[in-house]
Design a protein around this ligand. Sequence first.
Ligand code: ADP
Length: 262
Amino acid sequence: MYTLGIDIGSSSSKAVILEDGQRTVAEAAVQVGTGTSGPSRVLEEVFAGTGLTRADMAFTVATGYGRFSIEGADKQISEITCHAKGIHHLIPDARTIIDIGGQDAKAIQLDSRGNISKFVMNDKCAAGTGRFLDVMSRVLEIPLDKMGEAHFRATEVAPVSSTCTVFAESEVISQLSKGLPRENIVAGVHQSVASKACALAYRVGVEPAVVMCGGVAQNPGVVDAMEKELGQSIIVAPHPQLTGALGAALLAYETWKKEHQA
Ligand code: ADP
């Protein structure tokens, strides 16, 4: 039997199809989120070439900020629960999860059974989230997927001291106009995101293994800055943007099994 996990975030739409709660049949990500064509496009993409349709899904769980906008989902579950499920499945030793998404960042502490013991979230401010990096990538004229390479070319870190994204953007523009190397500014931008994400992690307590997920975990520059700030190594979850959708598909399987054993 097949289950579907759909994660509709503020910045991207993700979907995973699982067979028997084990094998990933298909996965897809579209880089636009709730309120856009993202949700319908990601569903089209995830089913393409599988020979399956939504009617073949025994159970569907929707998660993410836009989870209540998905028609036909059997259940909605918060992204914190879904990320925790997905990460525990992939990396059973994970005790601290840092998830940096498009508009929020979360730190989650897990016990050895994968249960959530604590979590904290920043969804009040763009600083320390993907949105901050999106703004900086545009100002620096470096595509998001090249920010990591630029980071590792930095000769020193040009700190970004403003805590507000709008002021930080002006600060970066001023650094650029002074002729500071763009790579050094990128390293400063990453350090700024890392210090905010790590502050969340300190609030739940940082216990190894520390795992990063969410779209920003695809940026090795942020991961490097976080490792330096925490003073310990971080495991980047495989396909980090998809762990919420994976967790949703796993929870869909567990829910279906419970309902059919009763
Ligand atoms: P949400 O679930 O909140 O919609 P995601 O977890 O998908 O957000 O994260 C979106 C963020 O991931 C974007 O704001 C962007 O900064 C970052 N991102 C997306 N793709 C890449 C990439 N290829 N390289 C680096 N960062 C990326």
